[in-house]
Every structure is written in structure tokens, then in C-alpha cells.
Design a binder for this molecule. Structure first.
Ligand code: NAD
Length: 335
């Protein structure tokens, strides 16, 4: 029998499904973000999250404060020191087809009443990282945590070879980006864990998160992590006007930045990038789980601002499930 459409649900029926979805998704969030040990594929999570979003849109009174649609990331690890993020580290909205992407861009351009240039980037499959420099010296590295409070991983990031300890200029600056585990390092790590009878990691993303969020920096060092930085906080201070310039600026400062990003002035260029990068993804040395489309003009980004959870000026185009590369195995997790 076909499922009843949401607009025919009674409030009581909707409430019971919302409650069940919130409980299930929050369990999965805890496994994924806090324990670095997911038990379901991302696509399954995304499907149920979408269902919750649809129910909440139809029944706004049922939006709970503990709903995953209102929360970024997960709880921080009790054993790691905490770092506040005065500028929150947010999540990102997503679309699952080119039609949805086009709809997002059209709505955005109608909203701002102008055509918009986009910077199109790879969505690196790792975890967000913030790096703070004072007088050009690295003073703090932290994870996103719940968006407002992250974990202090300064000692650990000092062991990651592509993160500069000192910048060529004595800048006070915060940059953000993705910490990831290259595919080769992931294969090597899991092979050695398997040989030693240890639990293996489900995917490079969880391996990167489990490796960065360690109490012992020597463990992080041995895990061969790498980074791509993609955000400059307070970019006007460095006379940056576009996202594309911000990436070039970070590269000049010595950060690892992804070389593939392009400015797209129209949907056809965006489509081309998505088609090429989707076809090439198996050849990359690192995992990607989609493409990120960002308004290129940084002043326009600031004008568009954020919702409680996501910036309005960027969207993730997530790869279709048949191309999803993560594998959840039935293993015991000891990180
Ligand atoms: P997200 O991973 O979908 O997107 C936001 C993140 O993308 C940013 O925080 C940043 O770290 C990253 N990113 C990578 N490349 C980027 C780039 N070029 N520019 C900007 N950001 C970039 O959002 P999220 O809130 O981190 O996680 C939600 C997703 O996590 C879900 O859609 C789901 O796929 C997965 N998840 C899975 C489970 C599970 O149990 N399998 C549980 C919870 C979440």
C-alpha cells in the first residue's frame, strides 16, 4: 500500500514519527560524531534526516530543540580540552540532484535580485578544522564540536606535516578547512590494524576524526593526516573580496588548498565541474563526498548570512547513493 502523504497526517501521527526519527538520528549522530563509529551508511542517515525535515516543514510546532535539524555536529569528547568558537563552525545544507542545485541557485538569485558567481569546490570527506595564528605563529587547532564549542587538538595538529607552524607574514588570522586521511594512509592503517587483530575504521572520514581527536599526539602523527583549508575568517581584514581569492591567499601563506576549485558564472560551468569531478573521484588520493557550491562574493555571503545551522550562501551537492563509497562493517569499535 502506498505511504500516506504527509499533508494527510494528523498532528498525533506526525508527532510520533518525529519523536522516533529524532531519537534514531540522535543515536546515529552520537555514533558518528562522538564515537567516530557509524553503524549506518550516510545515505540512510540523509534519507531519514530529509524525512524529518519534511515532517517539520509540514508541522512547524513539532520542531524540537534537540532535533538534529537544529543542531550542528555532536557532543565533544569529555577527555579533550574545549575551545569556544566565537564565530560558529556550521553545517551545510545539501541537495541530491542537479535539479535541486539549480532550484537552490535560482531561489538565491531571486532573493538577492542579481545574477551570482559561484566558487565550486570539492567536498572533502574529513572533519572540519580551525587553525588560529598569532603574529604568524600557530597557537590553536580545534575541531567543530557542536559548532559553538570544539575540541582543542593543538598538540595533534602540530604533527600534521602540511600545516604551517609559522606563516611567512606575522599575521593574526583564523583559517578553517578539512582534515582528512588520504586513501593510501587509510588502507595502510586498516591493514595493520587487521593484522594486529584491532578493530578497523569504517571509512577514511571516521579514521581521520578518530586520529585527530586523540589524547596522545604521537598517535595522530603516525596516522598521516592531511588538510585542505578553504575558509578565511574576517577576510576583509586581508583585503579579500571573493572566496576564490581567499583560497589563493591561503595557498600563498603556505596552507594546503585544493587545486581544483573554479569560478562558475552559470549552471553549465557548475554542471561541467560536477561531471568531471564525479568521473575523476576514484583517481583522487583522498575521498570526496560531493561538491560544494559557494557564493563567490564574500560581501554577498555576509549579507546572506546563516540559518541556525547552515550558511545560506553555500550548498553541498551530495553524490548519489550508488556512488557512495563508505562501507559500514560489523566490527567492534576501539579507537
Ligand atoms: P556535511 O558533512 O554534510 O557538510 C558540512 C561539512 O563539509 C563542513 O563542516 C566541512 O567540514 C565539510 N567540507 C568539506 N569540504 C568542504 C569545502 N570545500 N567547503 C566547505 N566545507 C567543506 O555536514 P555535517 O553537518 O558535517 O554532517 C552531516 C552529514 O554527516 C550527513 O549528511 C551524513 O551524511 C553524515 N552523518 C552520518 C551519520 C551516520 O550515522 N552515518 C550520522 C551523522 C551524520
Amino acid at each position: 500500500m502506498a505511504e500516506k502523504p504527509i499533508n494527510e497526517y494528523t498532528q498525533v501521527e506526525a508527532q510520533s514519527e518525529v519523536d522516533a526519527l529524532v531519537a534514531r538520528l540522535n543515536t546515529w549522530r552520537d555514533e558518528y560524531y562522538t564515537k567516530d563509529a557509524p553503524t549506518v551508511e550516510d545515505h540512510e542517515y540523509d534519507l531519514q534526516y530529509r524525512r524529518l525535515q519534511d515532517l517539520e516543514a509540514a508541522f512547524p510546532a513539532l520542531v524540537r530543540t534537540d532535533s538534529p535539524t537544529q543542531l550542528v555536529g555532536g557532543a565533544t569528547d569529555d577527555d579533550l580540552p574545549k575551545v569556544p568558537h566565537p564565530i560558529p563552525m556550521l553545517s551545510m545544507g545539501d541537495v541530491f540532484s542537479l535539479e535541486e542545485l539549480q532550484g537552490w541557485a535560482e531561489r538565491l538569485e531571486v532573493g538577492v535580485d542579481q545574477t551570482v558567481d559561484y566558487n565550486v569546490e570539492l567536498k572533502i570527506d574529513g572533519l572540519s578544522l580551525s587553525l588560529v595564528y598569532e603574529n604568524g605563529k600557530l597557537v590553536q587547532g580545534s575541531t567543530r564540536g557542536d559548532g559553538n564549542i570544539g575540541e582543542d587538538v593543538t598538540k595533534n595538529v602540530r604533527t600534521i606535516p602540511d600545516i604551517p607552524q609559522t606563516l611567512p607574514e606575522p599575521l593574526n588570522i583564523e583559517v578553517r578547512g578539512e582534515c582528512y586521511m588520504p586513501k593510501a594512509a587509510f588502507a595502510e592503517l586498516n591493514a595493520s590494524r587487521e593484522a594486529e587483530g584491532q578493530a578497523i575504521f569504517a571509512n577514511p572520514r571516521n579514521a581521520a576524526a578518530g586520529s585527530l581527536r586523540q589524547l596522545d599526539a604521537n598517535i595522530t602523527k603516525a596516522r598521516k593526516l592531511a588538510t585542505f583549508m578553504y575558509t578565511v575568517i574576517d577576510p576583509a581584514q586581508y583585503n579579500l573580496t571573493t572566496q576564490h581569492e581567499a583560497i589563493a591567499f591561503m595557498q600563498k601563506l603556505g596552507f594546503a588548498t585544493n587545486p581544483t576549485s573554479v569560478v562558475a558564472k552559470d549552471l553549465a560551468t557548475m554542471d561541467d565541474y560536477i561531471t568531471t569531478q564525479t568521473a575523476d573521484r576514484d583517481h583522487l588520493a583522498y575521498g570526496i563526498d560531493g561538491i560544494v557550491v559557494k557564493v563567490n562574493d564574500l560581501a554577498l555571503q555576509a549579507e546572506l548570512g546563516n540559518t541556525v545551522k547552515v550558511p545560506r550562501w553555500e550548498i553541498a551537492y551530495k553524490f548519489p547513493p550508488e556512488e557512495a563509497q563508505t562501507t559500514i562493517r560489523n566490527v567492534e569499535w576501539t579507537v
